[in-house]
Design a protein around this ligand. Structure first.
Ligand code: XUL
Ligand code: CO
Length: 437
């Protein structure tokens, strides 16, 4: 069988002292962190769209990426060959999972019928390859944004035909996800948002989006798909104002539309920063609502205001993320999906390995540092001590719902002035984190 990355053999763990760029220095799949192996803690996933369909185009220039196996056509033979490339890459990387959009893996046909037929043909090969290698599908999703028919959105389009087309496409994508044993199904807004309120009925559009998710859930139930539904927040791009702005907006949408317990969140780093939040903030918002389902691991650029989708290499970032993820003991059926693309200047196939190996190692280091911080317990102790006034007395009465405004007034009139304010010690705590890096 043809080999597409002949210069690369399986990436192995060689330890922190290794200088081999194609070895893991920290990601050791069998090493245990807080009771689970790194393999199970991260559940690393390779994304099909950037890694196997990315070309390096940008608004100012054409494709730069050398992909010698790819003839550039959106044809079945090319798509079938790409499956071999993908599985060779993922096997050599030791990535246990992958993700796709329907149109990444198979060509769009001239009708829905033909597109579905194409998807079935490629899915058949994916299934064989999954069986052969043990690599599993973390999630599937549908591309409801590239085709011109989605110019006004998909589930939130003003055109009911477009809603119906999108529903038919998602129906098929869920069925294929189910057939391939996918553990989740993702909804990212794509073009679900608006550019100008002068032509937009926001109430109708968001009601339609909720209807769409319920219809998707009804269909999933009817075929026996038990995977987790995930909503992926993003504040802007491609529309000026996306309806899935951030974790809090998505959670509000979920709660208001009776989707609690049905839909969790897939949180992406670059989307968090585009929304003006840190990734740690977004993860924590999701976690405290029991909705942290999965992550799209990447990073933005501090100097650029758009979705650069770079590979994560910042250990401070991954440490912060792992502090939250370890608090909930991992990601359950979710995983760590590299929704990230190599730069257009990094045009050789080998750059795909450098990018993923570095990302996996950055997460492994972040997890080791976060676990050490958690083991010492200083942060947790600081935080619980900070709120100790709610453990007894008036604080405990407030928390348990036993105190009224009148009780608070009585308490304060008697006491006269508050006591108990202490320093928040932000600088001390920031220094403390650095001690573990
Ligand atoms: C777009 C994005 C998507 C979703 C899946 O910014 O992140 O690739 O992850 O549709
Ligand atoms: Co994403």
């Amino acid at each position: 069988m043809a080999e597409y990355f002949p210069s690369v053999s399986k990436i192995e763990y060689e330890g922190p002292k290794s200088r081999n760029p194609l070895a893991f220095k920290h990601y050791n799949p069998d090493e245990v962190i807080e009771g689970q192996t790194m393999r199970d803690l991260f559940r690393f996933s390779v994304c099909y769209w950037h890694t196997f369909r990315g070309t390096g185009t940008d608004p100012f220039g054409s494709a730069t990426l050398q992909r010698p196996w790819d003839d550039g056509s959106d044809s079945i033979p090319n798509a079938l060959k790409r499956v071999d490339v993908a599985f060779e890459f993922m096997q050599k990387l030791q990535a246990p999972f992958y993700c796709w959009h329907d149109r990444d893996i198979s060509p769009e046909g001239s009708s829905l019928k033909e597109s579905n037929k194409n998807l079935d043909e490629i899915a058949k090969k994916l299934k064989d390859k999954q069986g052969e290698t043990g690599i599993k599908l973390l999630w599937g999703t549908a591309n409801l944004f590239s085709n011109p028919r989605f110019m006004h959105g998909a589930a939130t389009s003003c055109n009911a035909d477009v809603f119906a087309f999108a529903a038919a496409q998602v129906k098929k994508a869920i069925e294929v996800t189910y057939d391939l044993g996918g553990e989740n199904y993702v909804f990212w807004g794509g073009r679900e948002g608006y550019h100008n309120l002068l032509n937009t009925d926001m109430k109708r559009e968001t009601d339609h989006l909720a209807r769409f998710m319920h219809m998707a859930h009804d269909h999933a139930k009817s075929i026996g798909f038990k995977g987790q539904f995930l909503f992926e927040p993003k504040p802007k791009e491609p529309t000026k104002h996306q309806y899935d702005f951030d974790a809090a907006t998505c959670l509000n949408f979920i709660g208001r539309n009776g989707l609690d317990g049905i839909v969790k969140l897939n949180i992406e780093t670059n989307h968090a920063t585009l929304a003006g939040h840190s990734m740690m903030h977004e993860l924590e918002v999701a976690r405290i609502h029991n909705a942290l389902g999965s992550i799209d691991a990447n990073t933005g650029d501090a100097l650029l205001g758009w979705d650069t989708d770079q590979f994560p290499t910042d250990i401070y970032l991954t440490t912060q993320m792992m502090l939250v993820i370890l608090k909930q003991n991992g990601l359950g059926s979710g995983g760590t999906n590299f929704d990230a693309k190599v730069r257009r200047e990094s045009f050789e196939p080998i750059d795909l390995f450098h990018a993923h190996v570095g990302g996996m190692d950055a997460f492994a280091r972040g997890a080791k540092i976060a676990a050490a911080i958690r083991k010492d317990g200083v942060l947790d102790q600081f935080v619980s001590n900070r709120y100790r006034s709610f453990d007894s007395g008036i604080g405990a009465q407030i928390e348990s719902g036993k105190a009224s405004f009148a009780d608070c007034e009585r308490y304060m009139l008697e006491k006269g002035e508050i006591t108990g304010n202490e320093s928040g010690r932000q600088e001390y705590l920031e220094n403390l984190i650095n001690d573990y890096m």
